[in-house]
Each structure stands twice: as C-alpha cells, then as structure tokens.
Design a protein around this ligand. Sequence first.
Ligand code: NAD
Length: 490
Amino acid sequence: VKLSSSILAKLPPEVAGPKYDRAALKAGIVHFGVGNFHRSHQAVYLDDLFNAGLGHDWAIVGAGVFEGEKVGRGKLQEQDWLTTVVEQDAGHMSVRVTGVMIDFLMPGAAAAIIERLADPAIRIVSLTITEGGYFIDPASGVFNPTHPDIVADAQPEATPKTVFGIILAGLMRRRDDGIVPFTIMSCDNIPHNGHVTADGVIGLARLIDENLATWVSDNVAFPNGMVDRITPATTDRERGILSSAFGLDDNWPVFCEPFRQWVLEDRFTNGRPLLEKVGVQFVSDVAPYELMKIRILNGGHATIAYPAGLMDIHFVHEAMQEPLVRGFLDRLEHDEIIPTVPPVPDTVLEDYYQLIEHRFSNPKIGDTIRRLCLDGSNRQPKFIIPTIADRLKAGKGVAGLALESALWCRYCFGTTDSGVVIEPNDPSWDRLQTTARAAKDTPAAWLAMEDIYGDVGRSAPFVEAFAHALEALWADGARATLTRYLAGNL
Ligand code: NAD
C-alpha cells in the first residue's frame, strides 16, 4: 500500500502509526533542512511525545532555501507529510510511521516563510542545514560577514535567500509586532552549534543595523545541543526493503540505527516541548558532551572513511570488518583522539568508544563510506583539525592524525588505490582535487589551505608527519601504509 493519511488505520501489523489525532495538531516549530537526519531524530522524539499525549501544539512545519528541496517536499506532500522510520541492527528491526510534520512551506518562498515565522504560534525554529550552512570561515571558526550571500541578504529591501536572512526577517516582524521571539535551535554537528548560529544571525543583523543586532543578542535564545543518530541517505535499496518486507510504499523513508541521543541546554525564550519525557537530557553545559561526540564519533567516522574509500569498500560495516581499517580506528582513537577529550559527566569515555565501535559495525544500517567521505572541507576543520591543534599545543605526537589527513588528501586526488575514479564528493571538490594533485609532489601544498588548516598547517612536526604519511600512501598504497602504522614502523 502507498503511504498516506488514509491508510494510517490499516497499516501492516508490524508497522506502528501515530497514536494521536494529526488533524488536531498545531504548529509550534518551523524546521529548516528537512533531510534524513531531522526525520530520524527530532521528528522521532516529537512523535514519542505526541504518542504520550503531550505537546500537540509543537507540530513541525518544514522549510528550506534551496530549489532542490522541492523534490523532497513533493515526495512528502504526496504522502501527507508522513515519514516511515526504520530502525535496524543485527538483532532488531522496528518500523513506525511518524506524523509530526503537518506542512512544508515551498522551499525558497521567502515571503511565505517569513509570514509563518511571524506567527506567534511558532515558538522554535530548528535547523539541520549541514556543517557548511553556517557561513563559518573554517580556519578561524568565526562567522564570515563578507560571504556574497550574506552581503546580498543585508541589502536594504533585499528578499533574503539564506536561512539566516529569512530567520532575521521573521525576527524583525516579531519585534515590530511586539511578539516574543522564537528560540533558534541548531541540530547540526558543529561544536557550540548554538553560539555558531547566534554568530550568524547576529552577524547578519549587524550588517543591517547595530540596534537590531543588540536586540537579537538580548532577546533570542540559541541553546547548544549535541545530537546523535547515524542516519544514511535514503536510496532505492531502502525503499525496496520497506516495500518487500512490509508491503509499504514510502517515497522517502528513513533508515537508521536504534541508538539515539540528544543533549540540550535548557534556554528557550518562549517555551519548549517536554522533551525530557522522551529521553532528551537537559544540561546546563553541552560542551563536554559535544566535544566527546564530535571528536570520538565524527572524528572516528573520518578515520575509517578515507582508507576504506581508497580500498573500494562500499558500506561502513564492511570497513569495520577490514582489520586494517578497524585497527586504524582503534589505534588512532586510543593513542591520539580520546586523550584530548576532557571528562564528561556520568560517562566513561572507553565505554562510549566501545559503543561507537559497535554502532559503526551495525550490518543492517546500510551507511556508506561515500557518505562519510562527503564534505571533508567542512568536516575536517570541525572533527579532526582541532584535535591535532590540541595535541600540538600539548607537545604530543600526531603521527596517526597526520596519516588521517594524508588519507583525506590522497582520496581527494580522485582515484582509489585500484584506480577507480572517485566522483566529486565535496562542495569544493575542484579545488581539493587540484591541491591534492600538487601535493603528490609537494605535500606542503595541501596544508597551505589556510582556510582549512590555519596554524596547524604551519606546525613543523605536523607538516613533517603529514608529508611522510602522504609519501608512504603514494609509494605503497593505503593497505601497506596502514599495516606499517599498526606495526609501529611508519
Ligand atoms: P541531508 O542531505 O538529508 O539534509 C540536509 C538538508 O540541509 C537538506 O534539506 C539541504 O537542502 C539542507 N542544506 C544543505 N546545505 C544548506 C545550506 N547551505 N543552507 C540551508 N540549507 C542547507 O543530510 P542529513 O543526513 O539530514 O544531515 C544534515 C545534518 O544533520 C548533517 O550535516 C549534520 O550536521 C546533522 N547530523 C546528521 C547525522 C546523520 O547521521 N545523517 C547525525 C547527526 C547530525
């Protein structure tokens, strides 16, 4: 059967549906970036809450700024904004249809989105717009107010095109109408994601009017949050599994692991759903949790991604079955990454790492190495380079992290060790590929990407270790280089 509101009462017996009356839901949240992760994470927490009979005035309205998002919107509209979420690991599979989204504004239709943002019923604006969506200069970690899209949105009478421009226009309407501003809640994998979002919105406001910037800074809350649930991109494989195993046809289901985590700061201007009832941890400071997650999990993903990519491995769990890749992860985490992570309340870091190793090995989730390799130009500066910087500052070794960086560089050359062409896999692919080609003979060329490496690229011990690793990768390939690294003689 084809998913829609009309079949919710007759879903297959193994498929759970909403236990609430969707027609009675009221919008409370506008979400930008309706991709896979939002639908496996925030939407699932809210679905649990609504199923418990709570918070029915916190339903989600989707929003976006890109033309390309019309495709996803169309798929969801055909099925009345419903999403099937499939959780899977070796011993477990559960399927549910979530119904917390009740509308999805036309992507890029700024006026209509701003109108909705001005509605007093909207009390939270949430974001999953990817690491690259925040206009952050990677090396300094600071908002870049000279980005042409931001400059354009700051012009008087401009129709805003960026998420920040549209949000700010919504906030200005509320200020003028005397309505309490909404909370802006980032759910992207960025250290201090609330601060980074504040920098963006306030930075843009400053270009328009200093008083506006001050008003936003005094009146709008930007809680930091740590979000976690491994969620691959949906392909025909996933649609096929759902259709053949359960007879349910969903245009755009989401497959993910059973694990999920959300740690959030309790700073909201205008109320929030009772998310603590459904497993969200509210804390006064998210920083230790997010540093642990970004370094050990996201840094761990980067660690396995590039060697596996160079070895032509397709799925993440297959990479974890390859002793060289798994060994590299284990060694790099224990020798260089975990020692840089400060203590986290109620958490044993080694247990956290073991859980991640288990999660990466999940044979059912179908996460791909290509997805993990995506967007290194935005991810390395958040997941790997700060760890290198901390180790250099402490005078500690960086041989493994230098090898990880060299593997990324080697990957961006654009062929695997067997000679298979790697299709563009980064918004800055052309630049990365050109630089990786130059680095084959002159490794320092790679680290001279100032906006990515900053000071780390000028550190003599790092430059030397990187050059050594890259030369080994070119001379002997990823397998032999990892073998030598694991034997302690790279
Ligand atoms: P996705 O590609 O399915 O969705 C990303 C959404 O962001 C799309 O709607 C896209 O149009 C929009 N977007 C991209 N660039 C943008 C920009 N510059 N401005 C505005 N919108 C933009 O990806 P996803 O799997 O949903 O992941 C999105 C983000 O969620 C990740 O980048 C990460 O920060 C966070 N996250 C993902 C996972 C995961 O496992 N997928 C886990 C934890 C956190």
